[in-house]
Design a protein around this ligand. Sequence first.
Ligand SMILES: [Zn+2]
Length: 191
Amino acid sequence: MMQSVKKLFSHFLQMIGCSSTKALPRMVTRTGIGYDIHPLVFGRPLVLGGIRITHPQGKGLLGHSDADVLAHAIADALLGAAGKVDIGVYFPNTDASIQNISSLLILEKVSEIIAAEGGVIINIDATLIAEEPKIGPYVDLMRSSIAGALKIPVTAVGLKATTNEGLGAIGRGEGIAALATASVEMQYLCR
Ligand SMILES: [Zn+2]
């Protein structure tokens, strides 16, 4: 009887990818980091965190999708935490089917990829770096929209905005960048 329980347990460990009975599966929290930047141009909408924002000069971000730099940085942070490749591999800019799509769909897909691995998103923290427009009035809207796409509580999404103090390309208003970190609890991870 004892022997068959041991055999069953060893089979279970094998199934979940553990090589040794000494390396028991457990819950671990992993972190990831993401960065993205897109140029600001005339004739494009400005979408940040899934929210359409009016730029004082009427500019928007240039990119294959809606160029939502914030959503892209968050997607990369999440994929990094799960040990996956970057969003360029999942959503190549040569794929016509994703041209001009809302990047909230990218976040939804990333949350599905993580859930399929048995992962649970703990929290996101992100910083937008832009000279203009002023992001403050939109922060809570963006947090809600990101949380909705990832199916996590809005309190699990931190979002700040800063300028580049007039320095470099971002300081000249030529583009907007975003940084993000993510924590993901991964189940059945063995070492
Ligand atoms: Zn991007």
